[in-house]
Design a binder for this molecule. Structure first.
Ligand code: CP
Ligand code: NVA
Length: 314
């Protein structure tokens, strides 16, 4: 049997992604009233061990994988890049082979997407992308789940991204639009648009992708308005220019008022009030960011189940 890696939404069949979302919703409901550390009614990953390899900091991804794996009956091991020989130059391919002898799956956060691909190519256990510079597919599983919990099926909906449309989360939103059949609009300053590769992927996969410099035009009638930090991990040298170029794309109450009356505001977090959005937006009634953060847990449990061939319907 081939090893199932979760590296990018673009690589995973749409039906499997849909099955993960449905399982996540069902399993979330089944945990109502249970303590966070209590096992699931049916712990699907008893005896399995997940290595959490993090080369960059994380709150949500790290904690949700850790607690999710425990709820499923398995265990985790947190490994920072600097604590592994990887940090001293051991080949990622050798690290992949060795970790595969000790653990049943690996999730990794690393800026280099090639590094992730190299790890997956040499691992004999599932590898999950916990964020690279290119993409953040786990985040989008939680985002699609959250959208649907609040607003119903995402198919046919219009989602508007404002800000740095070339970052990892933005790219995964485009992939999600192709897999879940919704319309994507992106408003960004010159130089901060999606990569040619992402635009080409959208074209090849029938995504209705509207790109504009005008945030008001982009949000008009939208069902969801999404943003993210202007300075992603690895972009720290460029802070001043990013703030200057992207400040017209701040999500404000005025901008939200141009979207659909029932539009939601989404953000993967961590957020920077007064930068990519005002405090009034992220802390306002249209914001679903705390559900979005919680759903990282439920959605990733479904991703894990899929990797281990334990997902109903996939
Ligand atoms: N949204 C997200 O991935 O958050 P962390 O960086 O805290 O994991
Ligand atoms: N785009 C952000 C996402 C953080 C979860 C970053 O890469 O820092």
């Amino acid at each position: 049997m081939t090893t199932k890696h979760f590296l990018d939404l673009a690589d995973v069949p749409a039906a499997d992604l849909r099955a993960m979302i449905e399982a996540a919703k069902k399993w979330k409901a089944a945990r109502v009233g249970l303590d966070k550390g209590a096992p699931d009614p049916e712990p699907l990953l008893a005896g399995k061990m997940l290595a959490l390899v993090f080369e960059q900091v994380s709150t949500r991804t790290r904690v949700s994988f850790d607690i999710g794996m425990r709820q499923m009956g398995g265990g985790t091991m947190y490994l920072t890049g600097s604590e592994l020989q990887l940090g001293r130059g051991e080949a990622v391919s050798d690290t992949a082979r060795v970790l595969s002898r000790y653990v049943d799956a690996i999730t990794i956060r690393t800026l280099s997407h090639d590094y992730l691909l190299d790890l997956a190519a040499n691992a004999t256990v599932p590898v999950i992308n916990s964020l690279t510079k290119r993409s953040h597919p786990c985040q989008l599983m939680a985002d699609v789940m959250t959208f649907e919990e609040v607003k119903g099926p995402i198919e046919g909906a219009t989602v508007t991204w404002c800000g740095d449309a070339n970052n990892n989360v933005a790219t995964s939103w485009v992939h999600a639009a192709g897999k879940f059949n919704f319309k994507m609009r992106m408003a960004f300053a010159n130089g901060y648009g999606p990569s040619n590769e992402t635009v080409a992927w959208a074209g090849e996969n029938g995504v209705e992708l509207d790109l504009t410099a005008d945030p008001a035009q982009a949000v008009a009638g939208a069902d969801a308005v999404v943003t993210d930090t202007w300075v992603s991990l690895g972009d720290e040298e460029d802070v001043f220019a990013r703030h200057r170029r992207l400040s017209p794309y701040q999500v404000t109450d005025d901008l939200m008022a141009k979207a659909d009356d029932k539009a939601i505001f989404m953000h993967c977090l961590p957020a920077h009030r007064g930068e990519e959005m005002t405090g009034s937006v992220i802390d306002g009634e249209q914001s679903v960011v705390w559900d979005e953060a919680e759903n990282r847990l439920h959605a990733q449990k479904a991703v894990l189940a899929w990797c281990f061939d334990k997902l109903p319907g996939a």
